[in-house]
Every structure is written in structure tokens, then in C-alpha cells.
Write a protein that binds this ligand. Structure first.
Ligand SMILES: Cc1ncc(COP(=O)(O)O)c(C=O)c1O
Length: 386
């Protein structure tokens, strides 16, 4: 009898089906309007899609260079210079990745060694904690303030000699908050004298409202010198299924990152990279208008919520709106989100899934307003009826 291998223990015990899949399935089963998962129900610019087809039909179908096609890296460097005033070397400081998710994973793998502590600010995007653990790191979860801003005193109090990395996300999912100048000042003070690296998840960098700037770490040389800054063309071009993002870091860090990226995915979809490069240069109005595009949707959704039992502070950025439902129900958020889907026909995400220790009594769910206006209006009607 040949010996059979016994299955080794799982590396991510406790990780099951994501709440995003659960809610989307529930929404489908009950015919609910799906404002749960974070993706648009419309396509990106026609030019982008035409160019993807064009490049597929004109020989751009083999492996791209590991770092990304030069045309796209150059376009990213120009964009960063125009937006944040930073000069980025497209040959040594940029890697195009299959989605921001792979960039986050490779950045964490680059920095985190067994036993290293990584500060994760809750509520946090769901990939950070598992990536830290897969690399033998120890995620240290630090709650944000109840208004979903960073509590810098708590971050400082969590620093130990073993802290390697701080994960940042702004504009914030699910909080909808953006960094102000005081956040950057607090961050500068925090890293001063501490050998701390930063991963700055800025996938919603172009989706900020009411005239606010997005304060990228790339605009601050001292912070950028120790940071991996991650962005996503999926978010920027309404094309989350294309899986194209990128990462920017100083040359020495980027060289290490590329060693890992080389054996994770090697490179990113060639024709899509060319299509994005073309669209960035030929359709600058798409990016220039993105904040206003989403602000209109946010405002429409908030008008729809007027007269409902939900309370909210308007999102400052991202395409998510948090709402407090404590005037409607005292149920915990997962139960409330389920009932909202099954009985009232609108799917949302409970915020506690982004937190290791949800604050007791928190009654908040997240809606995604990256949806057609008719979808938002229909959802509003149902939500006002609660
Ligand atoms: C905060 C945050 N980071 C990263 C991602 C992943 O981006 P991508 O789809 O480009 O992998 C998302 C997607 O929802 C997100 O919300």
C-alpha cells in the first residue's frame, strides 16, 4: 500500500467564505438591490474597451515585462508628478500588478519576516491581516476612532521594537474618510525615530469629494522614502475585473518587491496595460471628472436617504457610505444586513466584518454607491420604507 500524505494544517484557519460573496448570493436569491460588494454596475470608458480589443488584435498578447509595459509606467509617473508633484522613476520605482491586491500581498511579503508586528487599523480591508499571517507576521489590530479616523495616540501606543510595518488606507474603505493635513503631521511624527515601514493603500485616490485633496504619501518625500504606495486601475476605470493595479516604492524596496512579484505572478495582462496607457493619455477628462462623477452619486444616494431612519456623515471619499441604523433596529450589524437583504430588498455589508473587536453597540452598515442612478433611486425607496 502506498503511503498517503496527511493534509498539512491550513495556513489561514478561521478564514471562510467572505461576507461579500455571502451577501451577493443572498441578494441574488432574494432579488435584492445589491449595494454590498464594492464594484460598479456600469462599464469603464468606451475608448478603454476599444483599445483593449485593438491591442489584442495587434499582437500584444504575450508576457509583459515584469515591471509593466514602459508606456504604462511612464503614464503613471506623469500622473503622479501632475497630481502630487513627485518625480518617480518609471524604470526603478513602479511595478504594474494584477490588481491592487497582488501589490498589497507582495509589499507585505517584501517587508514582513516571522515574528514582525504589523499595525492594522480597524476597520481594515480584508486582505491585510491574512497576508501578514502568511508571512509569519503578527497583525496587531488598532481600532480607529468612532468617526473612522485614525487614532494616532493609539497607534503610537501600539508601537514596539518589533513593529515593522503600518498599514494605511485612505480614502478609507469602509469609513469613507480621507486624510487631512493633521493626519500626515501625526504620521510624520510617528515615523520620526522609529524604523517603521508603511504600506499606503490608496486605491480610491481619485475619488474624493467636496473639493478635498487626496494627500498621497507620494507627495511627502520623507514618508514616501519608507512607503509602498498602492493604487488600482480597477477602481479608477470602473473595471475591477480587469485586475490591473500598481505599486510605487523607492528603488531598493522596489527591487525586493520585484523579486517576489516575479514568482507570484511575474507580470500583468499585456493588452490591458496598453489600453490603460492609451486612455490615461488620450482621455484625461475621465480622471479629472472622477471625483465629481462619484460625488453626484453620493449626493443622490444621500438625498434618497433623507426622511429614512438612517443617520450618516457624508463620505469624504471612496465609493462607500456608512449609515447608522440604531434608530431603526437594535440588531447586531450582520443580522441587520441579512434582514435588510431578505426582507427589505437591499444588500449591505456589516462593518464589524472589517474589525477584530467591533465596538459594543456599533450599529453601522456600509452601502456601495458605485451604481447606476436608477439603482440608487430604487434602493432609496426601499430604505425609506423601513
Ligand atoms: C481598500 C481596498 N484596497 C484594495 C482593494 C483591491 O483592489 P483591486 O481590485 O485592484 O485588487 C480594494 C477593493 O475593494 C479596496 O477596497
Amino acid at each position: 500500500m502506498s503511503p498517503t500524505a496527511s493534509q498539512p494544517p491550513g495556513k489561514l484557519p478561521g478564514v471562510g467564505e467572505s461576507i461579500f460573496s455571502v451577501m451577493s448570493r443572498l441578494a441574488l436569491e432574494h432579488g435584492a438591490i445589491n449595494l454590498s460588494q464594492g464594484y460598479p454596475d456600469y462599464d469603464g470608458p468606451q475608448l478603454l474597451r476599444d483599445r483593449a480589443a485593438w491591442h489584442m488584435n495587434h499582437g500584444h498578447n504575450q508576457y509583459a515585462p515584469l515591471a509593466g509595459v514602459p508606456e504604462l509606467r511612464e503614464a503613471i509617473a506623469e500622473l503622479v508628478q501632475a497630481r502630487y508633484g513627485a518625480r518617480i522613476d518609471p524604470d526603478r520605482e513602479i511595478t504594474v500588478t494584477p490588481g491592487a491586491t497582488e501589490a498589497l500581498s507582495c509589499a507585505i511579503a517584501t517587508l514582513v519576516h516571522p515574528g514582525d508586528e504589523v499595525l492594522v487599523l480597524d476597520p481594515a480591508y480584508d486582505s491585510y491581516d491574512p497576508c501578514v499571517r502568511l508571512n509569519g507576521g503578527v497583525p496587531v489590530h488598532v481600532p480607529m476612532r468612532p468617526d473612522f479616523r485614525v487614532d494616532w495616540d493609539r497607534v503610537r501606543a501600539a508601537l514596539t521594537p518589533r513593529t515593522r510595518l503600518l498599514m494605511l488606507n485612505h480614502p478609507h474603505n469602509p469609513g469613507g474618510t480621507v486624510f487631512g493635513e493633521t493626519d500626515l503631521a501625526a504620521l510624520r511624527e510617528l515615523v520620526d525615530g522609529h524604523p517603521l515601514y508603511l504600506v499606503s493603500d490608496e486605491v480610491y485616490e481619485h475619488i474624493v469629494f467636496d473639493g478635498r485633496p487626496h494627500r498621497s504619501l507620494l507627495g511627502d518625500p520623507a514618508l514616501a522614502s519608507r512607503a509602498f504606495v498602492v493604487s488600482s486601475f480597477g477602481k479608477t476605470f470602473h473595471a475591477t475585473g480587469w485586475r490591473v493595479g500598481y505599486c510605487i516604492a523607492p528603488p531598493a524596496l522596489m527591487a525586493e518587491f520585484q523579486r517576489i512579484h516575479q514568482f507570484t505572478n511575474f507580470s500583468t495582462q499585456t493588452p490591458l496595460q496598453y489600453a490603460i496607457a492609451d486612455t490615461l493619455s488620450e482621455l484625461p477628462e475621465h480622471l479629472a471628472g472622477l471625483g465629481a462623477f462619484y460625488q453626484r452619486r453620493r449626493d443622490l444616494f444621500l438625498r434618497e436617504l433623507e426622511g429614512s431612519g438612517f443617520r450618516f456623515t457624508p463620505a469624504e471619499g471612496s465609493y462607500f457610505q456608512l449609515v447608522d441604523y440604531s434608530d431603526i433596529s437594535d440588531a447586531p450589524d450582520t443580522a441587520f444586513a441579512m434582514t435588510l437583504t431578505t426582507d427589505h430588498g437591499v444588500a449591505a455589508i456589516p462593518v464589524s466584518v472589517f474589525q477584530v473587536e467591533p465596538p459594543p453597540g456599533q450599529r453601522v452598515v456600509r452601502f456601495c454607491f458605485a451604481k447606476e442612478e436608477s439603482t440608487l433611486t430604487a434602493a432609496g425607496e426601499r430604505l425609506r420604507a423601513l
